[in-house]
Design a protein around this ligand. Structure first.
Ligand code: ADP
Ligand code: MG
Length: 465
């Protein structure tokens, strides 16, 4: 039964967490899900081929042993790539089963608890309006789609799925749609996926699943933010799946924001994913300098500030793609200006940001740090990176270390080759090519490298596309 597999694996993860370094756990185990259990084996899904292979090769023994302990019988563990199997129902209790019945009439008489007003009071930021949203080439499509669904909900793009990196305006657009809908006397329901999850779990605990369902069914429009939060939460995904069906059948608009396209969210049940892909999927790209400047002016004027060109440029050119961070800089300098009772100036900006920016004399990253950080992420001893393996072929962690030393620290190939097991330059070149290839094709691997770079205080080149 799928449920037993899921539970058994969750219990195993609980124990593994105690034995595996945090970084390895987050990288390799967090997104795995127990799929199937039979008399002598447990099948576990890993989000990518790379993760499956890694778990197979590096953690097999520990995992096997832990599963056997938890199950109190010997079990073979197999890894499989990919998300949950189609139609895997998880209904541990009668209460939750009630939430996955389908076919209840939409115009919900006969529900057992009163339905509260669909808008979560106070959840919408009144300043996140379409009028305050500055458009540029990176967000024009998302903006156009958002205004279209606000004007004609349920007609054109249902669902509308907006994704982007953090701080690029997804939440702003969701709130704008909800605010516009309210002006048209509709009752939109804006929730973060986390609130939805808590709501769902609470309804099960308090045996009020009908009330839960009625609440979501009664919304004229559902806006769900940060849907990546549902990754691996099988039961809550069921809840959303049914809410989705109820609303979609009734032509109610659904809008979803996420940090990935649907395909990129690990542990998303295929049938939910396919629902999310039904309508329009649109992304927001980081804004160009012009748009950043325009957004900053808009934010400044909302705070009653006027920005000189040098200050605006100074903030807009900061090395981040996140508008939220740029706004943070603006807020800091504005607060300092107010405190010192001075106008906002470039000089003040430097002072305000001094503790965010590393001092220019910051010691550069040492090769030693790279080696120990990579070793930590892969759960091996640093010495393992320095020796030539018996197979006489570089290990993946050696290639990663070579890549970082070469690409981020710009050490000469010859030196890198010598340090990491006495190879030659060609080995290092091949390693760099191999790692680039993996970065381009495997999101889990990309995240792993991001983590390593971050731990080393290095900035990682953005992945193309
Ligand atoms: P996300 O949800 O994508 O992480 P948010 O919607 O929270 O990002 O945006 C972060 C901040 O940046 C918010 O204050 C938002 O108003 C602002 N912002 C982002 N894009 C724009 C834009 N195009 N115009 C105006 N403000 C923007
Ligand atoms: Mg957001």
């Amino acid at each position: 039964m799928p449920l037993d597999a899921a539970k058994l694996w969750e219990a195993t993860l609980g124990r593994l967490q105690l034995h595996v370094p945090r970084a390895s756990y987050d990288t390799w185990l967090r997104a795995t899900v127990g799929l199937a259990l039979d008399s002598d084996s447990l099948t576990v899904s890993a989000p990518t081929p790379f993760a499956a292979e890694w778990l197979e090769r590096r953690m097999h023994h520990l995992i096997q042993q832990t599963v056997t302990e938890v199950a109190a019988r010997p079990l073979e563990v197999r890894f499989q790539v990919g998300p949950l199997p189609q139609e895997s129902h998880a209904s541990p209790t009668g209460a939750s089963r009630a939430t996955i019945q389908t076919g209840l009439p939409l115009d919900g008489e006969g529900t057992d608890s009163p339905v509260s007003s669909p808008v979560f009071a106070g959840a919408l930021n009144p300043r996140y309006t379409f009028q305050n949203f500055v458009t540029g080439s990176g967000n024009r499509l998302a903006y156009a789609a958002a205004t279209a669904v606000a004007e004609r909900p349920g007609e054109q793009y249902n669902p509308l799925f907006i994704y982007s990196g953090s701080g690029l305006g997804k939440t702003h657009l969701l709130h704008s749609i909800a605010l516009a809908a309210m002006q048209n006397d509709l009752a939109p329901l804006y929730v973060t996926a986390e609130q939805f999850t808590n709501d769902f779990i609470q309804s099960i605990r308090e045996r009020k699943t009908e009330g839960f369902r009625a609440k979501y069914r009664s919304a004229d429009m559902l806006l769900m933010d940060d849907v990546q939060f549902l990754a691996g939460k099988e039961q809550t995904q069921e809840g959303l799946f049914h809410a989705f069906n109820d609303l979609h059948t009734a032509n109610r608009q659904i809008v979803v924001a996420c940090d990935q396209p649907p395909k990129g969210v690990p542990g998303l049940a295929p049938r939910l994913r396919s629902r999310l892909e039904w309508g329009l999927i649109t992304d927001i790209q980081p804004p160009d300098l012009e748009t950043r400047l325009a957004i900053l002016r808009e934010k400044a004027s909302a705070q009653g500030l006027t920005l000189g060109q040098d200050v605006a440029q100074g903030i807009a050119q900061r090395p981040t793609t996140s508008i939220r961070e740029l706004e943070g800089c603006l807020t800091r300098v504005a607060a300092l200006a107010q405190f010192l009772d001075q106008p906002v100036s470039a000089a003040l900006l430097r002072i305000a940001l001094a503790d965010i920016d590393p001092p220019s004399g910051k010691a550069r990253t040492e090769p030693k740090e790279v080696i120990s950080q990579v070793a930590k992420y892969f759960g091996v001893a640093p010495a393992a990176l320095l020796a030539r393996p018996e197979t006489r072929r570089t290990t993946l962690e050696q290639r990663v270390a070579m890549y970082v030393l070469r690409e981020a620290l710009a050490l000469p190939s010859k030196e890198v080759a010598t340090q990491l097991g006495n190879w030659d330059r060609h080995t290092v070149r091949a390693a760099v090519t191999d790692i680039k290839q993996r970065i381009a094709t495997d999101p889990a691997f990309y995240r792993l490298l991001l983590g390593i770079y971050r731990a080393l205080g290095l900035t990682f080149p953005m992945r193309e596309n």
